[in-house]
Design a protein around this ligand. Structure first.
Ligand code: GLY
Ligand code: MN
Ligand code: MN
Length: 255
């Protein structure tokens, strides 16, 4: 029970882990170019992690280019990043035994295609709207249900499922699960998936928020993940400094 509500000291260590993650991501954006290997980008993460005094990766980083982004736990990281593809990178830093957990997506060639932008903006919308719900007064189960509704709405907008098909779906097998098949809020702390129980959301808890849309038929997967400290009336994004807007990512990659 003690592990759910973080003390000031614990929050500082999670923030430090998140800050190292931000710097690692900036390194990766600068290093990315067509034909680079996924493991070369993993090496940028490892370099910055060790240089910054991190203890270890929170988990083996996922550097998934193109269709690999649709395999949720892909971490072989041995493919070549092809011009025109998007990369999904899910990585975390463990600093003094406390963990961060973040995901970003970015184009191999520094410029998102129109379709990549559409899907990315849908996921970003879910992250922005969904993370507002991470606050006291909502249960974990309710939060996940509301997030699923947000993603479902975007899947209709993207032309992947129709409102008519949703109205006829088997409620036990909702259609959105074809494109979005995981939960979006887990505790982080001493473990990257920290202990629960997952019931009421309370001040002092630290949760990830990580909506995603995975379109296997288009070889395109997108997830965006931040870490939030729950406060009395809302939350604080501990990963605010990690670029996430399309314009910012393109500007950094091309500067
Ligand atoms: N890669 C583990 C997670 O994001 O939860
Ligand atoms: Mn993650
Ligand atoms: Mn996570």
């Amino acid at each position: 029970d003690l592990r759910q509500i973080k003390s000031e000291e614990e929050i500082k260590l999670i923030q430090k882990a998140a800050d190292i993650s931000v710097q690692s991501f900036l390194r990766v954006l600068k290093a990315t170019k067509p034909n680079i290997k996924e493991y070369e980008l993993e090496a940028e993460l490892s370099y910055n992690l060790i240089k910054s005094g991190g203890t270890r990766h929170a988990f083996k980083p996922i550097v998934a280019s193109g269709k690999n982004a649709c395999a949720l736990h892909y971490n072989a990281n041995d493919n070549t990043c092809i011009d025109g593809e998007m990369i999904l990178m899910d990585f975390g830093v463990c600093y003094a035994n406390y963990n961060s957990d973040t995901t970003r997506c970015f184009p191999v060639n520094g410029t998102f295609s129109e379709r990549q932008k559409e899907v990315y903006n849908s996921v970003l919308y879910c992250l922005k709207e969904g993370s507002k719900m991470l606050k006291p007064g909502i249960s974990h189960v309710e939060y996940e249900k509301n997030m699923a509704c947000l993603v479902e709405e975007q899947l209709v907008k993207l032309g992947l499922i129709s409102a008519e098909d949703i109205s006829k779906q088997d409620p036990k097998k909702p259609l959105y699960k074809k494109y979005f098949m995981h939960g979006t809020a887990h505790h982080i702390g001493l473990d990257v998936h920290d202990v629960g129980p997952y019931k009421a959301i309370e001040p002092g808890m630290v949760f990830t928020c990580e909506p995603g849309i995975y379109i296997a038929e288009e070889n395109l997967g997108c997830r965006l993940e931040n870490d939030y400290l729950i406060t009395k009336n809302g939350n604080i994004n501990l990963t605010e400094a990690m670029p996430i807007e399309i314009n910012d990512i393109e500007r950094i990659m091309n500067s």
